[in-house]
Design a protein around this ligand. Sequence first.
Ligand SMILES: [Zn+2]
Length: 303
Amino acid sequence: MKAKEILNKIKDKISFKLVSISMIVLLGLSLLILAFVKAPIFKGTKAKNQPFYAEKENPESQESQFHLEIATQINKTVEQILAKNSTNNATGSIGSASTDPTSGYPETILQCTRDGNDLLVLVNKQYQLPATYAPADLVPTSNSGIRVTQGYLYSRNVLINDLSELNSAAQAAGIDIAVLSAYRSYETQQSTYNYWVSTLGQAEADRVSARAGHSQHQLGTALDFTTSEIGDALGTQFANTQAGIWLAENAWKYGFVIAYPYGYESTTGYSYEPWHFRYIGKENAASWKNSSQILETWLQGQN
Ligand SMILES: [Zn+2]
C-alpha cells in the first residue's frame, strides 16, 4: 500500500508539473503574440523586412505642439547669439566609465569644442551647446522648394541650396520627400524633453529625446524627413519607404548624413532614427563617406 501511495504521489507530482509547464508555455506564447501585435512597426504601412525595433511611440511625431513656440523664440534667441564659445579643453567620449548607463549622459557635461555655427561641431550627450546659442541665418525650410509638413519650420540658410538640389534629384527619381521637423531652440528642446520625461519616464525619454543643449536640432542643420508613402508620419517605418531608401543612399551627395544609424545606439546614445539627417556640407560629407565611419565617430575625430 505504501508503495502504491508513493507511486500515486509521484504521478500527481508529474501531472502537476506537466500542467504547470503547459500553462507557462501558453502564457509565454500569449505574451509573445501580444508583444508582436502591439509592436509599432505593425501599425505602419510597408513594415515588411523592417528591422524589429521595439520603439515606443515616437516623440517627434507629436512635437507639432511646440512648433508655434519656435517662431517667437527665434526672434528672442537670435538677438542673444554669442560670438564664440572658447571652451577647448574638453576630453573624454561617450561610453566612458563615468557614463550613466541608464541615461547615456556622463557625469561631466562639457561645452562644445567648436562654435555652434561650425558645420562640424560635435553635439551629443557629453558635449552641450550653450543655452544662448541660436543660428543667425535661420530661414523658412520651404525656401529650398522641398515640401514641409507644417509652416513653422526653419533651417540655416547655409543648407538651403543643397537641400533644393537633393529635393530636385529625388523628384526626378519620382520620390516624394518632405521635412517634418527642423530647427528647435534650446527652450523648445527643454519643453519637448520635459514632456517625454513626464510621459515615458526619464530613462526612456533619454533614449528618444535629447536634453536641452544636447540636440542637433538646436544647430538648425538637422532635419527630420518623412514621405507621403507613410502619410507624412515619423517612425522607423521610414527606413523601408522609397524616400528612406533613397536618402540612405544619396543624401550624403548633397551634404546630409544620417546621424543615428541602426545598431549604433551604444555609440551615438540614441536609438535608430532613419529620418534624422544632419547637414555638414558636401565636401565634409564626401570625406565622411570615405572614412566608412558613422557620423558620431567621424565628428569625434574632427573635434
Ligand atoms: Zn531629429
